[in-house]
Design a protein around this ligand. Structure first.
Ligand SMILES: Cc1ncc(COP(=O)(O)O)c(C=O)c1O
Length: 414
């Protein structure tokens, strides 16, 4: 028998196995200074396209003031305990009410982490008689929630409505034998490729199949829809979304999340969702901070307008320059390239050190071997010169990639 620690020393995981060469640069980099398009990386200012600060709220003066004032007034300890026992407050309830209005639902439950909220809500909503149908490219928090499910699950090909219908058919047959129900889970905006979940078409399937729809709209809240109410609002099908999840970690530039639905479903979650019953509630400064951000989202439409102005300029400019950006129809902007991992490493090093551009890179095993994705996240506080500079820099690095310049034997060292 192997000792557990020896086993871990022998196999450090698919990403962890590269920790020695990548830690501090490709993984766990430190971006310093105020959250903005210009941040310090390794002592030098870089143009930063890697944060989901979509609306630029992270460093908005009103947000910074509200955060500082509420931290001074309440401290981060209050309230102590889980909501159900001793951690409730008028401000928590006010935020829930305002979020419900924002996403057009009857009621809302606040959650202390988005990831945990999704996992725990899935766990709470279904039992072993129920069947889950979900998109194949779902975020890890959905996959982990599904892993907790004791009953059957059917996965459909990413955003493939015909396959989704096929899986619903199978799920229906099964649920009829178990006496269970069907929960369909997908995303509003898929964070890697930037394509919207085909929510409208999925809600149309309700005419034929009996299921409830749970949408993780982490990237859609604040960015999509006429008023920022999310991807259901954008596709005019918010009513067909039975359970709506939003995080505070992206447009809100905070931490935490929420789930909105009918009153009775939210009440059920309040009294049954283990991650909320058995964990401390959101500290008051975060609640007050979220209220301020929501107020700005409602009252400053120019934030979302600017986000989209930058998004369109970046995506149109990249396409015009010959880049492949896939099927995005959200601000998430993946730029697809072909190359090996050493080439990707050298390319990103060049981009950071010589062009002073910081963005995220995705390679195998997250995407197929030979594919490199550079992922750009435009925000409301980027400028048009940022866009032009970046497209120009990308044209230069892709030229080098194609001519084999990054194939050098020596991997970038830092
Ligand atoms: C689609 C999706 N769902 C859920 C989460 C988790 O949210 P949080 O960071 O609030 O835990 C993320 C964040 O990465 C996400 O992209």
């Amino acid at each position: 028998m192997k000792d557990l620690f020896d086993k871990i020393r022998d196999n450090r995981g698919p990403i962890g196995m590269h920790a020695k060469e990548s830690h501090g640069y490709f993984t766990f980099p430190k971006l310093e200074g105020d959250i903005s398009p210009r941040m310090i990386f390794r002592g030098k200012e870089r143009l930063n396209w890697s944060l989901n600060n979509y609306l630029g709220l992270a460093n908005h003066p009103e947000v910074r003031k509200a955060d500082a004032d509420s931290a001074a007034q309440y401290g981060f300890a209050a309230p102590m305990g889980a909501r159900m026992m001793s951690g409730n407050s008028d401000l928590h309830e006010q935020l829930e009410k305002e979020l419900s209005d924002f996403v057009h639902k009857e009621d809302t439950i606040l959650c202390n982490f988005g990831y945990q909220a999704m996992v725990s809500a899935i766990d709470c909503l279904v039992d072993r008689h129920d069947v889950i149908v979900y998109d194949a490219e779902s975020h890890a928090c959905i996959l982990d929630g599904v892993r907790l499910h004791m009953g059957k699950r059917y996965v459909y090909k990413h955003n493939d409505i015909a396959d989704c219908e096929k899986q619903l058919e199978r799920a229906t047959k099964l649920a009829e034998t178990t006496g269970g129900s069907i929960l369909l889970i997908t995303e509003g905006v898929f964070g890697m490729r930037g394509d919207q979940g085909r929510l409208k078409e999925i809600t149309e399937l309700k005419k034929k199949y009996r299921f409830r729809l749970f949408v993780d709209d982490a990237h859609g809240i604040g960015t999509m829809g006429a008023k920022g109410g999310g991807t259901g609002e954008e596709q005019n099908c918010q009513d067909g979304i039975d359970i709506y999840f939003g995080t505070f970690a992206k447009s809100f530039a905070l931490i935490g999340g929420f789930i909105s639905s009918e009153k009775q479903i939210v009440e059920y979650l309040r009294y049954n969702m283990r991650s909320q019953i058995f964990a401390k509630s959101l500290p008051l400064p975060l609640v007050v901070g979220a209220l301020k951000r929501l107020e700005l989202m409602r009252n400053k439409p120019e934030l979302k307008e600017n986000l989209w102005k930058i998004t369109h300029a970046l995506q149109d400019g990249l396409k015009k320059a010959g880049f492949e950006i896939g099927v995005t129809n959200s601000p998430v902007t993946p730029v697809f390239m072909n190359g090996s991992i050493p080439e990707a490493t050298n390319l990103i090093y060049d981009l950071r050190e010589n062009f002073n551009i910081f963005c995220s890179m995705v390679v195998y095993p997250v995407v197929p071997k030979g594919m490199i994705i550079l992922r750009l996240i435009p925000t409301a506080v980027h400028t048009m010169p940022d866009v032009t500079y970046t497209i120009d820099a990308f044209s230069k690095i892709v030229g080098k990639l194609r001519s084999g310049q990054y194939m050098a034997e020596k991997i970038a060292s830092f």
